[in-house]
Design a protein around this ligand. Sequence first.
Ligand code: ZN
Ligand code: ZN
Length: 338
Amino acid sequence: MQNKVWQWTGPNEVTSGVAERKDPGSGEAEIRILSIGVCGTDLHIMSGHAGFGTPPLPLGHELAGVVERIGAGVAGWQPGDRVCIDPLIGCGTCRECLAGNKHRCAKSGEIGLHFPGGWQEYLTVPAANLYRLPDSVGFAEATQAETLHCCLGGIDKLNIRLGTHAAVIGDGPTGLYYVQLLKAAGASHISLYGMRDSRLDLGRRLGADVTVNLRSPDAAAAAIASETQDIAIDAAGNEASLKLGIELLKRSGQLLLFGLPGQPILADIQAVVLKELTLSGSTNAPQVWPRVLEMMASGSVRVEPLLTQRYPFEELDQAIAFARSEPDEAVKVIVGQA
Ligand SMILES: [Zn+2]
Ligand SMILES: [Zn+2]
């Protein structure tokens, strides 16, 4: 049985081909991939600077589809079930895995980053990595459960009280999700800092009370001078965003470090000490997936406004090219069906 596949084959290069379909083994399920989110991480890996993944490799870690076949010993799943996929795979036997923290497993890796991902018609994955989609959540939306679960894991690390003031730095998809999650968590005043007016407008529609375009230095300076935030979330991950996060916080504020700097960066630790700030890093959060799907189903987080472009699977190369060449326009590019 044949499987249509797109692979990352070299610096910024994708190539289509066919491969044999893999029969699901014990504990595995074969998923017909129906929707794929294009992530900044995909572009980063394809540039060759991510430090992991070796071409040729099908990428794709934001995935939704239907169960096609199940392997031996798989209970609770039937062909046709609508699912999204947690791409993270741990060893399953170490202390962290057994405690439900497979993202902290020394041997863990991700489908689409370290292992073959979902840029294919059919993908075989451990059945334990599947989550059932609520009827009201479409496949394109469901790809975003992966991104959202990382964001919700970050929110869980913060002490958010009703009436809190919070700042989000970064107007990419994660920044826009954080605005919504902070709102849902009871923050009463949310400021969004970014570089692109169109995305800041979207941030206001999704719940930001104030937006600041950092390309206008006067606006940024005024915002720092006039605001004292309880919480700042760095969803950009660079030296300037970290500096801004530290400046925006009031004494004893909490800084969530979420965006991933590509290299070591400098930080004003003196300010961190003197202001008695709490810094937390955050990556994946395996235990929050069911709550992400609850939030999507209930409408307390909205994904649809972020899905800006759609391409059929046959044009995955064009979707990638668009995401790379039009970062202002492409908030979240989806490959496959709605
Ligand atoms: Zn991603
Ligand atoms: Zn482990």
